[in-house]
Write a protein of this length. Sequence first.
Lengths: 127, 127
Amino acid sequence: MPRRQTKSQTIILNLLQQEQAALSHDGITAKLEKELDRVTIYRILNRFVEDGLAHRIIADDGRQYFAICPKECAHDHKAHGHLHFRCVSCDRVECVPGEVGYNLPKGYRVDNHNIILSGNCNACSKK
Amino acid sequence: MPRRQTKSQTIILNLLQQEQAALSHDGITAKLEKELDRVTIYRILNRFVEDGLAHRIIADDGRQYFAICPKECAHDHKAHGHLHFRCVSCDRVECVPGEVGYNLPKGYRVDNHNIILSGNCNACSKK
DNA sequence: ATACTTAATGCAACCAAGTTGCATTTACGG
DNA sequence: CCGTAAATGCAACTTGGTTGCATTAAGTAT
């Protein structure tokens, strides 16, 4: 039962790879020329996450965004300590490189980070 | 058109106040003895947020959690720089005091923080 | 206390994001 | 080229949350 390489899959993978930002389901559909079923897209994305190829971010609009894991986090697929920025004007979610600092009371074991700042990105705050 | 003080409202306010954790809609219903309509609860919570009484957190399960604003953040109702921890075993979302450090490329204007770490809390990681 | 205004409630219906079941298609190993 | 099972597509469902609207009940004026 190994994975199979399908057209749809590679299309989405390429999309995510060339994209700077994390994409939501409908961000993806928007960029697709050949229409794909909602379900298919979700399943492909979930597979990517399962395989540690992409990570899933739940933004503060409550929706899932997906981004290809940068090499830096390749060693550690669950704890993505970097932050994400969602621009409320252009609706892009970007991965912002660099670690986030915090301290937690002892005994707490983190196995997932979901850090979203939102506001206006560089481009939009100039308008 | 000022606000009116109703029973349901005070019940929920008290609930949130005495609770250490942030509560979701159904966390609240669970703790309620007298049953309240879903819609009513949501509307009350939204009003609290509007009035700067509570803040809304979107956890990494995609759901909204509400917590009374601690005094420290009274001066600044939108940017809650502190982090939240969601325990995946006991399903509690706690506010963790202390600022979170990060740096953002210039030009970015943050007006909301939504920082969720998840994993096992002190109590649960001992089990 | 009584009447009036309009905020708050409750119900039904709706909406959006995401998932599941199942029949059909299709990648890929033999 | 055949057979197996992974991937797709469609319909239907689930969950979290919101909206419309008639009804109830705060708070104010009389």
